[in-house]
Every structure is written in C-alpha cells, then in structure tokens.
Design a protein around this ligand. Structure first.
Ligand code: FAD
Ligand code: SF4
Length: 539
C-alpha cells in the first residue's frame, strides 16, 4: 500500500520535529504532514514592521473567545512550528513542578512522571538544541546529569549592571539558557550575529536552534522520511471497533497566491477530495490548540465526543501562562542589542512575604518604537515611543495559570476554533510585578545620572506594564493532558491515547500543569522520551 507508513507525524514544531529527529535514523517509513510551508527567507524576516505591525507571519485564521469576539491568534504555521519564532529560552521545569503545588489560586496538579523520568531527555534535548548556559547559577534549577555543551551568552553592559545591582540586593540573577548558535570567541565564524531581531522573528541566517534547522532538515536526508508541506490534516478516521486510527485525511492548502497562502478566515483548502494516508502509528503534534481541535473534529460513532475523548478532557484545561511585559523606564539609556540574557527565579516558589509561587522573571527581545506602536502600551504624555524604547529595560514575567476544565478549546458549527478562557491564579503574578518593581527601585545610583535614573524618565511613570492578551497563545498547553487514570486524562504517561492503540500526542497539550518557565524544552525532552518508547514498540 503506497499510502501506508510505519509512522505518520502531524506537525513539525517542538514536539513533532524533535520526535522526527529521534525516529528518522531507524529506517522506519515515516510520513510527516505539515500544514505550513517553509518560512520564506527574505529581508522581512528581520523587519520589525513586517513582523510586529503587519503580523506578516501569523496565521490569518480567526478564532473566537468565550463571548464570541474574534480572536486573531499570534501563532505561526510553518515547518518548525512556533520554534521558528521563539526566543529560544530553553528551560527545564523545576523538580517540584512535577509534584502537586499549592498556589494562591488553588492546586497545581502533579504529573504522572517525575523529574527523574524526564531528566536524561532534558540533557539530550539541551545538547541537540545546542543550548548555551551556565549550570548552577539559577537557584531553582534542578540537578542535571550533563553540562551544557556551550557557555552562556554574555550580558551586554546595561544588563550586567542590572545583574550586579540585583546580586547586591541578595538576589541570584542568572544567565538564561539559550538555543542560539553564538560563538563569542570567534565572531567571524559564529553562525549567530547576536542581533536585535530574534525573539518573535525567524532567524534569517539559520542560527537559531529551531525545530526546522536542528531536526526536520537533517531528518529529511534519510530516504525513509517523506514530508508533505501545505498539507492540512482535516480529520482522523478509526477502525469499526474504534481501537485504531486507520486513516489520516489530508487537504492540500492552496490559495490565490499559491500553495502556502492562507485565507482570511482559515486555511484556503483546495477543492479536491482529501488524500488519505494510514500508518501503524499516528502521532498528533499540531500544538495544544490545533491538536485538540483535530481530535474533536474527528468524532465518529465510536468516539462521539471526539477521538480519544472518553474522558471528556480533550480541549479542556487549556493553559497559556500568565504573561506580562514590564517596561522599566529610566533616564539611563539601554543600548542593549540582545537583551534576553538575564533571568531571576528567586520568587518562583514564593518569598518570605508571600508563601505561594509567583513565577519567573526574564526579558523579551529589545523592544523598538515600531514594536511598541503595535503593542500600544499606555503612553506617558511627552514621551515618544522611540524615547521609551531607547530607555527601557523590557522584562518578561511568567506565572502559572491553573488547569480549569472550563478553560477549553471547542469548535463552532463550521469547525472553527473557539478558545474559552477565564484567567485564574493572578495574585502571584501581581505580586511578582510589584516585587520586581520594588527590586528595581533599590538599584544603586547610576554613575552618570545619580538617582534620577530610578525616579522615572522626566519624573513621570517609572513602569509601563502590559498583560499578554488571550490571542498571545505562544505558551499554549494542557488540552490533552496525560495521566494514569483514563477518567481524568486523555493519554497515558507514554502519551498514547487511553482508548486508541496507535494514537500518540507529543506537542504541548500533554502538560497536566504548566509550571512557570517557557515550555519548549519540556516538549522537546518529552518527544525524545516518547521517541525511545516508539522505537522499542516498533522493534
Ligand atoms: C514569539 C514566540 C516566542 C516564544 N519564545 C519561547 C521561548 O523563548 N522559550 C520557549 O520555551 N518557548 C517559547 N515559545 C513557545 C514555543 O515556541 C512553543 O512552546 C513550542 O513551539 C510548542 O511546540 P508544539 O510542538 O506544541 O507546537 P508548534 O511548535 O506550534 O508546532 C505545531 C505544528 O503543527 C502544525 N499544524 C497545526 N495544525 C495542523 C494540522 N491540522 N495539520 C498539519 N499540521 C498542523 C503547525 O503548522 C506547526 O508546525 C515562543 C512562542 C512564540 C510564538
Ligand atoms: S540573535 Fe542570532 S539566532 Fe537570533 S535571529 Fe539574530 S542571528 Fe539569528
């Protein structure tokens, strides 16, 4: 059967791409289906207006929120998935994140596996994605079986000054582990040029460790691997018993400007009938929102609530972290080019004044006036966006949102995505913002401007904060949670559907709780773990 494979992987992001890398050398016939195309290599890759204002690379799909309001999701459909655009901050979850943790807003549930189960795969993922970091600096970092292969990316002077100030207060700032292929000892041959258009932008020189360059492209050199791009999986079909996925239905994405064009509402799909493929093992890895949507769309007589959804949890427990950008403005300019090098986790699990977890502090890529015009922060009269951007330290704060069954992905009658979400557990996040503001106000006097630096630009507001809205689905996870109990989880601890023998899920949807660090390394490590299991199963 020409359309039958050993494995079909749907989606090429952090989960699907990494799994492909693990399975490719096995000689097994693998078909990879990706709805997007390659990110075109063009000057616009590094153009703030194209990326931040025109949202050139975002999908043009329109989803809806719980009130029926249109939602323009900040997500990207390309080979490599969202890792093409990520900031490449590659963190392990903390060891305690795998257990139950009491938060101000309720309980963060335990995972069905422990940190020790995932630890060897974290090390492998860090090596695969060429993470640059310094072990032992981050006070909450869990123990590791291997060192980073590359030293941490250094701070530029303004960030080093901040790091020194925070350390003087007794905090323990650290170098963020980063998947950028920068060789600071030899800038002439370094792949990465340490530019200001990394976080949110695709890398024009292919120096970011994303799933396309690190995993998919090398895997395609194996003759047993085939990838079809512009291939949108519409649904999965099962055998009469419902115990196996027997068909994967694929519609070619086609539009007026050629195969990669996406329409105003959803993907412009070709008119022809779906192509149908099958495989011994089918792995869904479309991202937490699209994977849930695919399983829900695939409902049939045996699975009336959606595939693998006897538990009724598919689509539920959507999490995306509580994320804010906090711009700290001062008279002192911030000429930093690559800003994302410093992190603070001292308040991750709380502080002596607040006994609940607060979260993680690091940086976004350096904001410019064009990016600010798109994000529209509350303006301070008399200060231009350009002045703000030149004087701001642009912090990224992440706190854990808790898995609420009513925060969920559903489909409308036409099959379009609805994302219903009510924020929760916000007290820790608010506390984190206040705690950071307080710490920044304690900074020592600046050599050039004395304390004027710390009294606000022109003595006006010192901090400009903005919560990332629901459309900012960058950290989406949780919608197809794994667990031991088929009544409360959709997939088992090895990420196989409880009620289907050959269906696996390896994107961010398996998280039963989300911790407060960026999710990609955990998705990658888990994909390597599931990869080992699949190799064992197939052999
Ligand atoms: C701007 C930005 C910055 C970020 N920065 C960081 C960071 O610094 N650190 C970090 O850890 N994380 C970061 N993230 C998050 C990180 O990118 C994601 O956690 C990660 O990519 C998720 O991996 P995934 O495999 O779940 O999904 P994705 O990477 O989204 O991959 C899903 C893939 O499935 C494809 N697909 C979807 N539906 C279908 C379908 N029906 N048929 C076929 N294919 C389909 C998509 O096109 C895509 O290629 C960032 C994200 C963004 C957007
Ligand atoms: S900082 Fe390096 S990895 Fe990031 S976009 Fe620039 S060149 Fe690429």
């Amino acid at each position: 059967m020409p359309n039958h494979y050993d494995v079909i992987i749907i989606g090429t992001g952090a989960g699907g791409g990494t799994l492909l890398h693990r399975l490719a050398p096995s000689g097994k016939r693998i078909l990879v289906l990706e709805r997007g195309d390659y990110v075109p290599r063009e000057k616009a890759n590094w153009d703030s207006r194209a990326v931040n204002v025109e949202a050139k690379y975002h999908t043009k799909e329109v989803w809806h929120d719980k009130d029926g309001k249109p939602l323009h999701p900040h997500t990207n459909y390309y080979v490599g998935g969202n890792t093409k655009f990520y900031g490449a901050a590659l963190f392990r979850l903390r060891e305690r994140d795998f257990g139950e943790i009491r938060h101000h807003g309720g309980l963060s549930p335990a995972w069905p596996i422990t940190y020790r189960d995932l630890e060897p795969y974290y090390t492998k993922a860090e090596h695969l994605y060429e993470v640059h970091g310094n072990r032992g600096e981050d006070p909450t970092e869990p123990c590791a079986s291997g060192n980073y292969l590359f030293p941490a990316v250094s701070h530029e002077p303004r960030i080093q000054q901040l790091s020194d100030d925070l350390a003087r207060q007794g905090l323990t700032p650290f170098h963020v582990p980063l998947g950028i292929r920068l060789d600071e000892k030899d800038s002439r041959t370094s792949k990465c040029i340490r530019c200001n258009t990394c976080d949110g932008f695709p890398c024009l020189v292919h120096a970011k460790s994303d799933a396309q360059t690190i995993c998919v492209d090398p895997a395609l050199r194996y003759p047993n691997v085939t990838m079809l791009t512009n291939s949108y999986v519409t649904r999965l079909g099962t055998s009469a018993s419902g115990r196996e996925v027997t068909s994967v239905h694929v519609r070619r994405v086609a539009g007026p400007k050629g195969p990669a064009t996406q329409g105003a509402v959803g993907p412009v799909l070709s008119d022809g009938p779906d192509d149908v493929y099958s495989a011994d093992i089918v792995v869904v890895s479309c991202g937490a929102i699209n994977s849930a949507a695919l399983l829900l769309r695939s409902a049939n007589d045996r699975h009336p609530r959606g595939l693998g959804n006897c538990s009724d949890v598919v689509g539920r427990h959507y999490m995306g972290h509580i994320n804010s950008v906090l711009m700290a403005l001062s008279k002192c300019p911030n000429p930093t080019v690559f800003q994302k090098t410093l992190g603070v986790n001292d308040f991750y699990f709380g502080s002596k004044d607040f006994e609940y977890p607060m979260g993680h502090i690091s940086f976004v890529g350096k904001l410019d006036a064009i990016a600010l015009s798109a994000g529209a922060p509350p303006l301070t009269p008399g200060i231009t966006l350009d002045l703000m951007a030149r004087h701001s330290l642009d912090f990224w704060l992440t706190s854990e949102d808790l898995p609420d069954p009513d925060n969920r992905v559903t489909l409308d009658r036409e099959g379009n995505i609805e994302l219903r979400y009510t924020p929760n557990n916000e007290a820790g996040h608010k506390r984190l913002i206040k705690t950071l503001e307080h710490a920044l106000q304690q900074q020592s006097a600046c050599a050039d401007h004395g304390h004027a630096c710390h009294q606000g630009l022109f003595a006006r507001s010192l901090f400009v904060g903005q919560r990332i809205p629901l459309a900012g689905v960058a950290h989406q996870n949780g919608t197809i949670r794994f667990g031991h109990d088929p009544k409360t989880s959709a997939i088992d601890p090895m990420c196989k559907a409880h009620d289907i023998d050959n269906l696996y899920v390896v994107d961010g949807s398996f998280f039963p709780s989300s911790g407060a660090v960026n999710p990609a390394l955990t998705i990658m490590a888990n994909a390597l773990r599931v990869g080992d299991h699949l190799l064992e199963r197939m052999n």
